[in-house]
Design a protein around this ligand. Sequence first.
Ligand SMILES: [Zn+2]
Length: 754
Amino acid sequence: MLKRSLLAILSLFLLAQYGWAQEERAHEKFKQLYEELPTPNQYHNAAGAPGHKYWQQRADYNIQVRLDDEKQRIYGKERIAYYNNSPDELSYLWLQLDQNVRAQGSDAQITEPQKIDNQMYSYQVMELFNDFDGGFKIEKVSGKKGETLKYTINKTMMRIDLDRPLKPGEKFEFDVKWWYNINDGIKTRARSGYEYFPEDDNYMYNIAQFYPRMCAYNAVDGWQNKQFMGRGEFTLSFGNFNLEITVPKNFIVGATGVLQNSKDVLSKTERERIEKARTAKDPVFIITEEEAKANESKKDEGSETWRFYASNVRDVAFVASRKLIWDAQGVQFGDRNVLAISYYPKECMGLWDKYSTRAVVHTLKTYSNYTFDYPYPVAISSHANFTGMEYPMICFNYGRPRPDGTYSERLKYGMIGVIIHEIGHNYFPMIVNSDERQWTWMDEGLNTFLQYLTEVEWERDYPCRRGPAYKITDYMGGDKNGIVPIMTNSESILQFGNNAYGKPATALNILRETIMGRELFDHAFKEYANRWKFKHPTPADFFRTMEDASGVDLDWFWRGWFYGTDHVDISLDEITHYHLNTFNPEQEMSMQKIWDAEDPTYIGDIRNKESVKQTVMERYPDLRDEYNDRDKYRVDEETQRNSLFAYQNLSTEEKEVLAKDYNYYQVDFKNVGGLVMPIIIELKYVDGSSEVRYIPAEIWRYNSNKVSKVFVTEKEIKEFILDPYLETADVERENNYFPRRRKPTRFEMFSPRQ
Ligand SMILES: [Zn+2]
């Protein structure tokens, strides 16, 4: 099972430990990230915190929109107050016109690679016929006094040229008037849009990116005016919003912010139910299924305006329909009562009334534990069967039961998971406001990580898709042509879900469970969230804060997991079992004799025993001399003397070690995957007991391909197991066992006559 050898003297293996030649590759893996990370400055400091001169822009909005339920259009006008908190003079302002991604001939459509496959989804075929007239129709851009402002539309961006530069500390107010056709959310599988319900002839609208918004201007990119291609999401400034939404009568509207005119648009009963919900133990219906059914059958003339106010948000979105059922439950944070809310049509009953608001409540509590108390007054989960998409205080989530009310297990957990995920996005990126257009992982990865921690508190054995290390191994061990580093711009990511959600979430989980430990990790992660809440962090701020607050050098980890595409595969290559030489030559020789006898015999020797009938020496025995009769295992007197002398030279401690007759195991590890990781090894003893030894990844710092380590034990070891608790994302487990384990499996035999 294990190879045995003699170990002559203690000093031999001590020498061996320092005998490695330093390799180029190893020191590169542990090189600090000076070349990859931007130089720290007064805006983003070396500790990963906002610097002493950190600043950020602010944009306040007064938005009035009218929802046209006949033509499925939004008509809007807005006044934007843009505050230049930067030290720079701005001679123009950039706005995002995100709806232009759906304008005919947009870059997003033109640059989407297309191919004909033998089998295609119907929507893929229909996309080839896209004639939807999307995109903002900008009607007017004017100053505060109504004077026309010069503007230039560049695809999904609009530049407004200022008559005179906006100086640091100044504010500029201007108006925009626009309209656009709302897309069919089901057909376009978009982030927002409408769904038509033919049975009752009603629309449900989940509306977002519906107004021209300020681009972010910051100390990292200047204007973040990277065009919207559809994937890299949004980069926005914080501000306060007054949002007025005019809808047909009988509509219910939910939006980012607090409803300001509930007396105008809600009945007394509905308002009382809201108050009751605040302290209720279970979700309370504000609009019941029966009431929603009554609403959807009414088509009263006239309209109503719902007014919302939201402070310190980066965006607003809303849901509107006659069909909405509405339930709510309060969550207490100190003396603040936050309303968890769900909106959904009757088609969702059986699933949404049961789980949606409860998932919102649970998510707010869990995320708050790991970051900071949820700071907004409401958190809304709105049903949209075509998407899972997040906005401040409101998100759109899929998951609808079958028409008979039943649902699959997969749908149920998909729906709970997406609600946790999208509500969780309030933290990343709505509050910890990273640049989504550049870095998808900064919000999706961190959010998926917290989603996992939230799911495991929802239900034991929750079928989590992402988070545990072992779930990422297929991706990381896959074809490297299909893998790019996490630190890849949002538009160029391959395998989007694995790259920007799964791998970073797993990496954080590994930091938490294995590299840093829960205490150090949780402290540092919380520090990052608190440093950057309501601010704009960059990847370097995250990397630096996690190190700075934990005292753990993680550059090697960021390098391997975030800047590289290597995978983890550490192999237990060889194990050599030693005992110390006893200094008793006779005992050593008798052991040698036994081991020699166990050696295999050469085939010729075996055959010659039979075939050579008589040798010369057998025929003439008197030819034999001392060499023929020598016992090679006999110990001569000189050897005896030397051994005794050597023994007497040992110190008392050395003699004690010798007397103990320990087991010495030299274990040789090979780094097959390339990613350096801690070595976690379980030693299983012959007596049935076992222990796990943890060796930090720095073991690889001299040689990242091969390392050896000596384990000294009193008890004999019968098996070594690498990564026994599946915590390092090791993609090949067969080489994690010594001796190798056979994988029990089956294959099938069947008759060709079947
Ligand atoms: Zn997400």
